[in-house]
Design a protein around this ligand. Structure first.
Ligand SMILES: Nc1ncnc2c1ncn2[C@@H]1O[C@H](COP(=O)(O)OP(=O)(O)OP(=O)(O)O)[C@@H](O)[C@H]1O
Ligand SMILES: [Mg+2]
Length: 398
């Protein structure tokens, strides 16, 4: 009875925390975009010629994760279409998120998706790709129009289907008689463009736009704007916003991370039945998000990386420090027990380096007298995360 009473009271207190929690979700589009005036203006100027039927330059947009690339591109595209409708010109924007499964797994599928955006259905498979390209050209060229194709997370597309598709798409313009086609490529992989074939690179990046990371002050403004919509008045202290902004600024100026922190802090406060969101809630949120990210990362690692990490965890249960040699011996034993074919020692070393890169472990090279040098491995994650990952791996292997 009292327990239920507490649940309900806590819930009601929670109601006093969030006014509109959707404002902190990933699908929410803010009405105003702060601190991206320059990028909005530049992209606007590049795309404006579409309004008089000219082909805008292709644009390549890059910047780290959470710096507003998708938000700004979609915003500018939407405004462009709005003005185009008002002045009677024909501008069509097609937005493709290349990370979307099933849409962009093959060249065929992405072309089918584009055709579908024009209202033309094609069978899931069966037609030659050449035929799809022909249909796309025909569809775009049906009338005098400017089509802007936004390929968001373009690196994922190239990883899945190779870069030939970009060459083919940028070349389509030469076959168009009435219409024009421009491409906006977006990525957070800063080395992506240097890996591209030079001929694709030069046509794709006729213009380049860089989205720098947000600093703590800018993140504070973004959070404040969002907090006003998401929380009831007086629930979130200034110090809370400052803390979220500071943490996210340290982790490369990522607005998504800052908003996540604020949302999770609010949820923790709500679940505990607290009336206000405090700095302590932000600390807990930070830990929770970090824990979730670590666990997700390990879950998606290849099997042998998991086996190596499991070996490290198991060894550290009885020893204070372990060396690469210890890990290799233990790993080989585990593989034998599980009848799994082990990878080479060289590869194990690479996997250890990778685990260190992800922040799971620290490695330090030490000199071991006449035996030469060896690497000492220590854990960098908290006890709590360690336990979670350990039991997850144990369950998977045994
Ligand atoms: N200047 C801003 N003002 C308000 N909200 C912002 C701003 N920049 C980013 N956001 C918000 O932060 C989140 C991340 O932004 P966005 O998705 O545009 O990042 P991105 O640069 O495309 O990242 P990724 O490379 O990971 O795709 C979104 O929820 C977005 O609404
Ligand atoms: Mg994005």
């Amino acid at each position: 009875m009292t327990q239920l009473h507490e649940i309900f009271t806590n819930f009601l207190n929670g109601q006093r925390i969030f006014k509109n929690r959707d404002a902190l979700s990933i699908s929410f589009t803010p009405e105003t975009i702060l601190h991206r005036e320059k990028q909005i203006e530049e992209l606007g100027k590049i795309l404006a010629p579409a309004l008089i039927g000219c082909k805008p330059s292709n644009v390549f947009i890059y910047g780290r994760t959470g710096t507003g690339k998708s938000l700004v591109s979609m915003y500018v595209a939407k405004e462009l279409m709005k003005v185009s409708r008002e002045n009677g010109s024909n501008v069509k924007v097609i937005y493709v998120n290349c990370k979307m499964k099933k849409v962009t797994d093959t060249e065929y599928r992405i072309l089918a998706y584009i055709l579908n955006e024009f209202g033309e259905k094609v069978p899931f498979t069966g037609l030659p790709t050449e035929e799809l390209y022909k249909r796309v050209v025909k569809k775009i060229d049906e009338k005098e129009q400017v089509v802007i194709l936004i390929l968001d997370e373009i690196d994922a597309l190239v990883e899945k289907v190779g870069d030939e598709i970009l060459y083919n798409i940028t070349r389509l313009n030469q076959e168009l008689k009435k219409a024009k086609l421009s491409i906006i490529g977006i990525t957070n992989d800063l080395h992506f463009i240097t890996r591209l074939d030079p001929r694709i690179k030069s046509s794709l990046s006729e213009e380049e736009l860089v989205f720098p990371p947000y600093n703590a002050n800018q993140l504070k403004d973004i959070l404040e704007q969002r907090a006003k919509i998401a929380f009831h008045e007086g629930v979130v202290d200034k110090a809370v916003i400052e803390k979220c902004a500071a943490i996210a600024a340290q982790e490369h100026g990522d607005a998504r991370r800052a908003l996540d922190l604020l949302r999770v802090a609010g949820e923790i406060a709500e679940r505990r039945g607290d009336k206000k969101v405090t700095v302590e809630h932000v600390d807990m949120a930070h830990e929770k998000i970090e824990r979730d990210t670590f666990i997700e990362t390990i879950k998606h690692q290849p099997l042998h990386s998991q086996l190596v990490f499991y070996s490290i965890l198991e060894l550290l249960k009885t020893k204070k420090e372990v060396t690469t040699g210890d890990v290799i011996d233990f790993y080989l034993e585990v593989c034998k027990k599980l009848s799994i074919k082990p990878v080479t020692e060289r590869r194990i070393s690479d996997l250890i380096a990778e685990l260190s890169f992800f922040g799971f472990i620290d490695t330090k090279v030490v000199s071991k007298g006449r035996y030469g040098r060896t690497r000492i491995i220590t854990l960098r994650i908290s006890k709590e995360i360690e336990e979670k990952i350990y039991s997850m791996l144990l369950e998977k292997f045994y």
